[in-house]
Design a protein around this ligand. Structure first.
Ligand SMILES: Cc1ncc(C[n+]2csc(CCOP(=O)(O)OP(=O)(O)O)c2C)c(N)n1
Ligand SMILES: CC(=O)[C@@H](O)[C@H](O)COP(=O)(O)O
Ligand SMILES: [Mg+2]
Length: 645
């Protein structure tokens, strides 16, 4: 017998289901999600929490016409199942497979691509203006979590939407969780609303009245106004009401009937409305309900127990960043740590336990975090802001205007720099070098392994200016080399076997480069490998000295080629009239898709095998041409990166 889920080919098929069948379908979906994600990995807990919410949305809104914008989009698996993607679900987040986020090219029911937080209300409001200007008639809803609601953009959009009075529904999915426990005044406010049953009823009475008389919002507002000023203290959602929204809620987000009632009401009322829905993250799967942060984004696991395979003993870069910061905080009372809602991902959880007063989770508010750090630095602290590369994009102007222009000593621990794998193009951290290299006063470093990361973090305290250290997702394998201490603007020569070619390998690309060196040596081709350590300032002396010895130079980096390290090396060699050919082996001018790292390196032709082939081919070609060695003036001027007194 086919399951109910298998019978749903399109959201239209939901209309035939009664409430009991809908409840059965919810159960089937939960089983399916746990089973399927236990194999592929993915964002399990958030999706388990929105099963009924998504079912109710698809029964009330017709996404062939109406538009739903999902904030972040990590919670759209149920939506995907209901919109014809059951069969491809096993390819979730895989190379060439279904995305873990909404994608307009994937389905006509995905109305806006997301991945980063707090964009949904802005996008939905934009759509509402388009609808009205084009004379169209459809509903638009933004579904945003309480975590995403801590992002500044969400407030900017609420502010605009409230004033515009355009017809728009914001569904606030409140589960008291971001990835970690949600933080902030708004989160506290939402919790207070949850605990106001008497006044919720008062509000329900008003809604009932309105329903009964089938009259509009103006009556509803007048009725509300008739209540005396006590309402300012007691009517739930007054904050949103005062911004110009009609507040509906709080609604039990696991009761399909109640949800549908609320959405139907929202459809009928004009103007902006906010439906406040309370859900449980991980709902229906005990391990995920108990550990929602662990099951927020998880790899393969045992569905019976919720246990994940034992991890290797190799620490990740994030763990090393966290433990190094703890040791720096022990010896320097000025050191403080900041996260924008990513304490686990950036390795700061233990720091929080050990130094609760020196740890700041600001919510999903990267731009605020950057200026907040600037304020701390201006007032004598030494803040370390640990942030994923792609999320730091949110704080670009703040980095220039608030940190670097004032030359303030903030250290940015830029995690997930480079390709991140299955999250795909919204999350690859491949723009930071291109975006940030142009900013004066900023020193940019990239460690090849965990020891170098710790050294660089310690070193950043010696500088009295902004420092950014970029490192990738995952394990920090040790590079078996003799260590030199970090010196300002100095790279390090990892190996010289001959003059056939030079690889300048940024960060962990050094491992790959060393392997390439070994393999080409076995075929009689002998090269050199440099770890530049500093992207800014670049070690011109070292790079020129080695560049003039070879015909071919390969710059390996996990960053876009445009504006990347490779282009800087190219310019340096050109300015100094070196005759070597520079190959910039970064990421071409495309968005890199999702997939496991092996597939992605193959996609970008950055596997050891491909690199070896390429070097051998170039060598054959260039050996036919004479090689000129050019003499040059190696004087450099640097004025930033001043040492602290
Ligand atoms: C700009 C940005 N910063 C950080 C993140 C990482 N992130 C993804 S989901 C999430 C928590 C979202 O919480 P919420 O919106 O409440 O959704 P829930 O997972 O609770 O359903 C965070 C911090 C992100 N996607 N975008
Ligand atoms: C949806 C989102 O933005 C995060 O949950 C992200 O997927 C976390 O990535 P990591 O697994 O690299 O921490
Ligand atoms: Mg939440």
């Amino acid at each position: 017998m086919t399951s109910l889920l298998e019978q749903i080919q399109s959201p239209k098929d939901l209309q035939a289901l009664n409430e009991i069948e809908m409840t059965m379908l919810a159960q089937e979906i939960r089983h399916f999600l746990v089973d399927s994600i236990s194999k592929t990995g993915g964002h399990l807990a958030s999706n388990l929490g929105v099963v009924e919410l998504t079912l109710a949305l698809h029964q009330v809104y017709d996404t062939f016409q109406d538009k739903i914008v999902w904030d972040v989009g990590h919670q759209t698996y149920v939506h995907k199942l209901l919109t014809g993607r059951l069969q491809s679900f096993h390819t979730l987040r895989q190379y060439g497979g279904m995305s873990g986020f909404p994608k307009r090219h994937e389905s006509l029911h995905d109305h806006f691509n997301t991945g980063h937080s707090a964009t949904s209300i802005s996008a939905a409001l934009g759509m509402a203006t388009a609808r009205d200007l084009r004379g169209e008639k459809h509903q638009i809803a933004a579904v945003i979590g309480d975590g995403a609601m801590t992002g500044g953009m969400a407030f900017e959009a609420l502010n605009h939407a409230g004033q515009s009075q355009l017809d728009l529904t914001v569904v606030l999915n409140d589960n008291k969780m971001s990835i970690a426990r949600n933080v902030g005044g708004l989160s506290n406010y939402l919790t207070r609303i949850r605990t106001m049953p008497v006044y919720s009823r008062l509000k329900e009475d008003l809604e009932h009245l309105m329903d009964h008389f089938a009259i509009g919002k103006s009556f509803y507002r007048t009725a509300e106004k008739a209540k005396d000023s006590i309402k300012y203290f007691f009517v739930p959602g007054i904050l949103f009401e005062e911004l110009g929204f009609t507040y509906i809620g709080p609604i039990d987000g696991h009761q399909i009937h109640d949800l549908k009632e609320a959405f139907r009401l929202a459809r009928r009322i004009g103007g902006p409305k906010l439906v406040h829905v309370m859900t449980v993250k991980g709902k229906g799967y005990a391990p995920a309900e108990k550990f929602p942060a662990k099951f927020h984004g998880i790899g393969a696991f045992d569905p019976k127990t919720g246990k994940t395979p034992l991890l290797t003993q190799i620490p990740t870069f994030s763990q090393i960043a966290g433990s190094t910061l703890e040791s720096l905080a022990e010896s320097d009372s000025r050191v403080v740590a900041i996260t924008a809602a990513m304490p686990d991902g950036t390795g700061l959880t233990n720091f929080e336990h050990r130094f609760p007063h020196r740890f700041f989770d600001v919510g999903i508010a990267e731009q605020h975090a950057v200026t907040f750090a600037a304020g701390q630095a201006a007032a004598g602290l030494r803040p370390f802001f640990a942030v994923y590369s792609s999320f730091l994009q949110r704080g670009y102007d703040q980095l220039i205007h608030d940190v670097c222009l004032q030359d303030l000593p903030v250290t940015f621990l830029v995690d997930r720099a480079g390709l991140v794998g299955n999250d795909g193009e919204t999350h690859h951290g491949v723009f930071d070098i291109s975006c940030l290299s142009a900013i004066p006063n900023l020193t940019i470093l990239s460690p090849a392994d965990g020891t170098e990361l710790a050294d660089m973090m310690r070193y950043s305290l010696e500088l009295n200016s902004p420092v950014l250290i970029r490192y990738p997702r995952g394990e920090a394998h040790a590079l078996p080399v003799i260590r030199e201490p970090i010196q300002f603007g100095k790279g390090s020569v990892l190996q010289v076997e001959g003059n056939d070619y030079l690889i300048i390998a940024l960060g962990t690309m050094a491992h790959r480069a060393m392997e390439v060196l070994n393999q080409t040596a076995a075929n009689g081709l002998f090269g050199q490998v440099i770890n530049p350590r500093f992207v800014k300032p670049l070690d011109h002396t070292l790079l020129l000295r080695h560049g003039q010895q070879v015909r071919q130079v390969y710059v390996l980096e996990e960053n876009q080629q445009i504006g990347g390290l490779g282009r800087q090396v190219q310019a340096l060699y050109q300015e100094n009239q070196l005759t070597c050919q520079v190959h910039t082996l970064g990421i071409p001018d495309n968005f890199t898709p999702q997939g496991d790292m092996n597939h992605l390196y193959q996609h970008l032709e950055l596997t050891v095998e491909k690199l070896v082939q390429r070097i051998q081919k170039d060598s054959c070609q260039s050996s036919r041409q004479p090689h000129k060695v050019v003499s040059m003036n190696l004087t450099e001027k640097r004025s930033y990166g001043k040492t602290a007194n």
